[in-house]
Design a protein around this ligand. Structure first.
Ligand code: SF4
Length: 364
C-alpha cells in the first residue's frame, strides 16, 4: 500500500512533517481523541521510532498519514501532514487513492493483511510493479525475482511461483517488504512488523530493513511497543501515551537519560534490565481511553511521581536535554531548573495559549 506525491520538498527539509495531528473517532456516546495534537518529523534516510503500549495511538497515527482513517474517525481541522512538502490533510479520498502508488509504503504486523492467499507471491509483486512502475510480462517477473533476492529469500526463482501459505512467517514478512519496495517508496511505515516473529527472525528482519535503508536512502517510521526493538533500529524516538507524544529524543539520549516517568517505566520493563530479578517489571494499570480533552496528565493514575497539580494541569512538551535541544518531555516535573510551582505555571501558561479552540466542538 503506498502513496505518490509531487516532489516539492526543499533541500534539508524533512521527508515527513507532522504538525498538531488530531484524529478523533465520533461515536454516539463519546469522542475518542485517539491522536491528540502530536508533532514529529522524519528526515531523509533516518529511522524514527514511535513507541508506546497498545492503545497509545501509534497505529492511528500511521493510518492518518496513509489516509486510511475509517468512519467514524477523521482528522480534525488544524492538523497538518506534509510529505515532501505537500500537504496531505484535506485531500479527497479520490485524490488520496490516486496518490497511492509510490512515495510512502506501509507494512503491517500480520503479513497476511497485505498478501492475498489465492495469488502467488510473484503475481502480487508483479501487480505492484505493473501499477507503480508500469512493468509487465518477463520484465516484471525478472524484477519480482530480484526483489525477492533483495529481501534475502533463498531460491527466489522458484519461490516467486509459490503461494503465501507455502512461506514461513518470516519469509512472508520479507515478501511483504519486497512488495513495498516494488513501489520504490521514499518512506516506509512499519507497524509492529516483527511482533509476531520469534526473536531470531525478528533480528533478521530488522537487519534486512537496515540494509535496505542503507542501499536506498529510505526513511523509516517504525511503530512498536518494544523498547528493545527501538534500541536496535531507531535514530530518534517519539514516546506516545493515550494519544499524546510525551517524550522525544535521539535514541541514545532517551536510553541514557529518560525523563518522563512513563518512559522510565517502559525502559524498566525491557527483559534483562534487572539481572537477578525473576519477574519482569511492568507499569501497573492500562492506557486510558482518551475520551476527554487533555486538561490534566493522562498518565497520572499510573505515575509513581504524580502530585496534586498533575490532575489539574495539562503538561506540554518542554526542553529537558542535557546537550541536545531535541530532547523534550511533557511532564510537570520539568524544566528541572525551576521550582515545582514555577514549572507547573509554565505548563499551565503554555497549554492555555496552545488550546485556543477545541477542534471537536460542534461534532458531538
Ligand atoms: S505530569 Fe505528573 S503524573 Fe504526569 S508524568 Fe509528570 S509527574 Fe507523572
Amino acid at each position: 500500500m503506498s502513496m505518490q506525491t509531487t516532489e516539492t520538498r526543499a533541500a534539508n527539509e524533512p521527508v515527513l512533517q507532522v504538525e498538531n495531528l488530531q484524529t478523533a473517532f465520533f461515536t454516539d456516546k463519546e469522542v475518542i481523541r485517539a491522536v491528540d495534537g502530536i508533532s514529529f518529523d522524519i528526515d531523509e534516510g533516518e529511522t524514527v521510532g514511535i513507541v508506546g503500549e497498545s492503545g497509545s495511538g501509534k497505529s492511528v497515527t500511521a493510518r492518518s498519514i496513509m489516509g486510511l482513517v475509517d468512519s467514524p474517525g477523521r482528522i480534525l481541522d488544524g492538523s497538518s501532514i506534509k510529505f515532501n512538502g505537500e500537504e496531505l490533510v484535506g485531500k479527497s479520498e479520490r485524490d488520496y487513492r490516486k496518490l497511492r502508488g509510490s512515495g510512502i509504503a506501509m507494512i503491517f504486523q500480520d503479513p497476511l493483511t497485505s498478501l492475498n492467499p489465492v495469488y502467488t507471491v510473484g503475481n502480487q509483486i508483479k501487480e505492484a510493479l505493473r501499477l507503480h512502475q508500469g512493468l509487465t510480462g518477463q520484465a516484471a517477473t525478472q524484477k519480482a525475482i530480484e526483489l525477492l533476492e533483495d529481501v534475502s529469500i533463498p531460491d527466489a526463482r522458484r519461490r516467486v511461483s509459490e503461494y503465501p501459505h507455502q512461506f514461513s512467517g518470516g519469509m512472508r514478512q520479507r515478501a511483504v517488504i519486497a512488495m513495498a519496495l516494488a513501489c520504490d517508496p521514499e518512506l516506509l511505515i512499519c507497524d509492529e512488523p516483527t511482533t509476531a516473529l520469534d526473536v531470531t527472525i525478528q533480528a533478521q528482519i530488522l537487519e534486512l530493513l537496515q540494509d535496505i535503508q542503507d542501499e536506498r536512502g529510505l526513511s523509516i517510521m517504525f511503530i512498536t511497543h518494544d523498547m528493545g526493538v527501538i534500541a536496535e533500529i531507531a535514530d530518534r524516538v517519539n514516546v506516545m501515551y493515550a494519544g499524546e507524544m510525551i517524550e522525544k529524543a535521539p535514541v541514545r539520549e532517551l536510553f541514557d537519560n529518560p525523563k518522563h516517568p512513563y518512559t522510565e517505566g517502559l525502559l524498566q520493563s525491557i527483559p534483562g534490565m534487572h539481572p537477578g530479578e525473576e519477574r519482569l517489571r511492568t507499569i501497573e494499570g492500562d492506557v486510558p481511553t482518551p475520551n476527554e480533552p487533555a486538561e490534566y496528565c493522562r498518565f497520572a493514575p499510573r505515575c509513581p511521581k504524580a502530585f496534586d497539580a498533575c490532575d489539574a494541569v495539562h503538561p506540554v512538551n518542554v526542553n529537558v536535554g542535557r546537550e541536545s535541544t531535541e530532547h523534550t518531555a511533557a511532564c510537570l516535573l520539568y524544566p528541572e531548573d525551576m521550582s515545582r510551582e514555577d514549572a507547573v505555571e509554565t505548563h499551565r501558561a503554555r497549554d492555555a495559549t496552545a488550546e485556543l479552540t477545541d477542534p471537536t466542538e460542534g461534532d458531538e
